[in-house]
Each structure stands twice: as C-alpha cells, then as structure tokens.
Design a protein around this ligand. Structure first.
Ligand code: ADP
Length: 493
C-alpha cells in the first residue's frame, strides 16, 4: 500500500494536477498492491505546460544542436545506470518480467544515445541553382512546442524515443504518458532533467487521455503530435490534428503474422512464434499473433508450439522463475477474455490454454494461460488485435495462400517468414504488406538507426526512429542567396 503521488512536471517544478480524481496505480500481478496515485490533470494544467514550453523555446532553439545532443548523451548514460531501478518499477506497473523490463530500459538508452549523435548531423543540403550567382541551400528548424502521447506497453522506450528526437531538433516538449504507468514516465522525465534539460524544455502532464491528452491535441500552440496507442484513438487524433493544421504521427495496432513454410526450420520458427506471441504477454505492437503454417509442417509446428506454450510460467515479473507477466490492467485483461470467448463462439479449436490463470497467488493478478488455438482465416480472432498471449494458427496450402492470408487484415506493422528458399524470400519482401519484415527471425524488435512503423491502419505519418524520426520534428527551410550584386535577370518562372 502506498500513497505515493505521481505529479506533473511543468516549467521545472513537480506540481499536482488541478483535477480531483486521481487514478490508482495498481500492480497487475497483484491488484491488492497499490503502487500510488497518478495525479488528475485538466486542460488548465496542459495549458500551463504548453505555456512553459513556449517560454523556453527561444533559448532552447538557440542552443547549438550538438549541445542539445550532449544532454541526450548524458541522459542515455543515466538510463544505463538506472536500468535496475527503472526496470523494477516498470515490472511493477506494467507487469512484464524483469529481464524484459531491463531490456526495454537498455533499448531506450541506445535510442537516446543514437539520437544524441544525430544532433551533430542535423544537416541541410547545398543544391546547385539554375540561376547565375546564386547559392541555394536547405536548413532545418524546430517546430516549437510539440505534444507526445504515449502508451503503457513500452512506458520507458516509447517516451524516450519520442522525447530525444524532439529535443535534438530543438523543440520544446509536453508529454502525456499513459495513466497506467505514471511512475515510469516520471522516471524517464526525471532522467532527462538530471542530464541537464533546462526548465520548461521538457514538461510532463499525467492523467487521462480524454482530458489531458485531448487538450494537448486541441491546443493551438502545439504544432505537432506524436502518438502511439490504439487505432481508435489514433484515428480520432489524426482527424482532430488535421482539422487544426497540425503535423500528426500515429503508431497504432498490429496483427503480425509469422509464415512457416514446408522447408522451414520448424524448431527455429516455433522459438520465434513463442517469443513473439507470449513474450511481454503479447502486449507488444510487434507481437506475433498469427502463425500461418503450410500443411506439410503443420502437425510438427502445432505439437512443438503446444510444448512451448505449456512451458510458459505466468507470475509476478519480479520473481525470477516467472517467464510471463499479467495483462496491464482490468480493461486490457477484459478485452483478452472477451476475445477468448469470441474465438470459442466462432469455433476456434483450443490446443493449449484458453482461460484465466488463477491458481494460488495468480488469482490476485490479471493472468491468462498462454493460449494456442487453431482458427479459420475468416474469424475475428484471426483478423483483430487481441494484445494478449494468444497465438492463432491458420493452416495454408501454399506460399501464395500464406501471403494472401497475411495481407488480409487492416494492419501492417511487422511480419516474418521461415523458409530456406531465396526466391520465396524475395517474393515475400515484395508482396507482404507490412512496414517491417523479418526473414528467419521473430516479428519483434527494431534498431535505433532504422525507421520503425507500419502501413495500412497501423501507421499514419512519417516513421519513428532512424533519421526519419528527426524529420518529423523539423521544418525545412530553403534559402536562395544572390551574390551577383545587381538585379537578377535570369529567373524565367
Ligand atoms: P491503449 O489501449 O494502449 O491504452 P489508448 O489509445 O487508449 O491505448 O491510449 C494511449 C495513450 O493515448 C494514453 O496516454 C491515453 O491516455 C491517451 N489517450 C486516450 N484517449 C485519448 C484522447 N481522446 N485524446 C488524446 N489522448 C488520448
């Protein structure tokens, strides 16, 4: 039991929100454990944070980009030093096992480190002009105050990979983290601040999406919104942002497939499907939720996958024996179990799991048995995002059918294929409708220096990570300098 309060950070001060309905922060592995309370912010708090960002913008914009980068470099080092501390909090709030939580913090540190280096490469271009005695070049400038809205499933890495490029590009930031993970968001912001981010440059508003988040999107002085979360909210934010002329970047849902062909190394494919399907309790946007398996290896795949599912040990992520944590909160848990019922009603054939895991201490938490079932491609559970430890196996006769099934969903984040045939690999690269794809490796993961994101209903706007991420937070300016010393005569257009 704790009455710890998670506050806002505005203009260099930790302050409570002005709302009166704080949100209980519960440990999903044991709902009796109250971690603390997330302050309830209103539109007024968001307005104060944006005001602080506006005030700090001129000085931050004038700070040389490499100096901004050095602060991010120091933040990366601090994140590394704080891996254990932030990792433990992450496990308590979000539920993922400690090794995954520490892995997330280290990944976030690498991302921040990479963006720090990009601060020295905020290059423009010099371009030959068609007009005599004219020097033409491009330069990049920050947008102003930008808004970041982040989810609970990677509560350290996602804020870190949005904050770093926004700051490196010279913007000031207001972040609204997820209400389920306020402590981790606080630790992320605190780490940037400890690394030297000046007051007003990075502000944080905790609280609900419908109040604090919505005001951030609607605020006339917030020039861009970078959002990661559900498709439903993302599409709404995109429409609202567009109507206000804002730049919007959304990273939304997924229904990522692994294709396993007859010539695959089935053992490797099963290891990848188990890691992608049950790892992080299936709560990754890159989680594997469909195994599209050619019939020649179907029996072997299902039998080995069933063994992998049975080997999973659900439990409190701080217990070293645990290999899979709970759903993050009751809403998410309810959604997973609604889908388990929908699947059963549709005729999905459960091979392993399919119910709540509630033996002994597990009964106090939001645990689900890792589930493996055989489904038909037309079922809702084969097409809609579940975000839980549920692996749907769809049998197919051929590579062509596998591609057809893989692409027959609204989403397109990531995918993977297991085959030894080079021709098939290149056809897959050409035909698969996902923003990222893997050959003979799991659907999960993404490196700092490469863009991250999807197509179709998964992604709106430019990609995150990689150099593309910086681009989202910059305005390009084109400069023509006439050094002829007289009236220009040659411009025909
Ligand atoms: P999830 O299912 O991952 O919780 P959401 O899309 O509901 O996904 O939440 C992701 C983030 O978006 C959270 O920080 C949440 O508070 C915020 N959010 C939710 N609703 C809105 C909204 N109407 N406007 C702005 N932000 C919102």
């Amino acid at each position: 039991m704790s009455d710890r309060q998670f506050l806002n950070y505005i203009d260099g001060a930790w302050v409570p929100g002005s709302g009166s309905d704080p949100i209980a922060d519960l440990n999903p592995a044991d709902l009796r454990k109250v971690i603390g309370y997330c302050t309830d912010s209103t539109a007024d708090d968001v307005d104060a944070a944006v005001e602080a960002g506006k005030k700090a913008f001129a000085a931050w914009r004038a700070t040389p980009a490499p100096v901004r980068g050095r602060i991010c470099r120091d933040a990366a080092r601090l994140f590394e030093e704080r891996t254990e501390e932030i990792g433990r909090v992450l496990t308590m709030e979000e539920g993922k096992v400690l090794a995954e939580a520490k892995g997330e913090v280290l990944k976030g540190a690498v991302l921040v480190e990479w963006f720090a280096g990009e601060a020295r490469r905020l290059n423009g271009e010099t371009v030959p002009s068609e007009i005599p005695n004219t020097f033409a070049y491009t330069t990049r400038q920050p947008l102003g105050v930008v808004g970041l809205i982040t989810p609970w499933n990677f509560p350290m890495a996602i804020p870190a990979w949005k904050i770093a490029p926004a700051l490196v590009a010279g913007n000031t930031v207001v972040i609204k983290g997820a209400e389920q993970t306020p402590w981790v968001t606080e630790l992320v912001v605190k780490t940037f601040v400890d690394a030297g981010v000046p007051p007003g440059v990075l502000n944080m508003v905790q609280g609900r999406g419908a109040t604090a988040g919505a005001r951030l999107v609607a605020h006339p002085d917030v020039h861009a919104i970078s959002f990661t979360g559900s498709t439903e909210i993302g599409e709404m934010i995109y429409a609202q942002g567009a109507a206000l002329g804002k730049r919007v970047q959304c990273e939304l849902g997924g229904k990522n497939p692994i294709i396993v062909l007859d010539d695959a190394d089935v053992g490797m494919a099963v290891a990848a499907a188990a890691k992608g399907g049950f790892g992080s309790t299936g709560q990754r946007c890159t989680a594997t939720s469909r195994s599209i398996v050619q019939r020649g290896v179907l029996d072997e795949f299902v039998s080995k996958m069933a063994d992998a599912a049975r080997a999973v040990v659900p439990g409190d992520g701080l217990d070293p024996a645990t290999t899979m944590g709970p759903s993050v909160d009751s809403d998410q848990f309810g959604k997973v179990h609604e889908y388990l019922q929908i699947g059963k009603d549709e005729g999905a054939e459960v091979v392993v799991g399919g119910s709540r895991a509630s033996d002994g201490e597990l009964g106090h938490g939001l645990f689900t048995q890792p589930t493996l079932w055989m489904v038909d491609r037309s079922m809702r559970v084969a097409r809609e995002e579940i975000f839980g430890p549920v692996m749907s196996v769809v049998p197919v006769d051929s590579f062509d059918e596998a591609i057809e099934v893989a692409n027959a969903v609204d989403y397109g984040l990531t995918s993977s294929i297991y085959t030894q045939d080079v021709n098939t690999v290149f056809q897959y690269v050409d035909r698969i409708e996902t923003g990222m794809l893997h050959v003979n490796s799991p659907t999960i993961g993404g490196e700092a220096q490469l863009p991250f994101g999807g197509i179709k209903k998964t992604g709106i706007g430019p990609r995150e990570m990689g150099t593309q991420a910086i681009d989202f937070f910059c305005e390009w300016k084109v400069v023509y300098i006439d050094y002829g010393g007289g009236m220009r005569g040659g411009n025909l257009y």
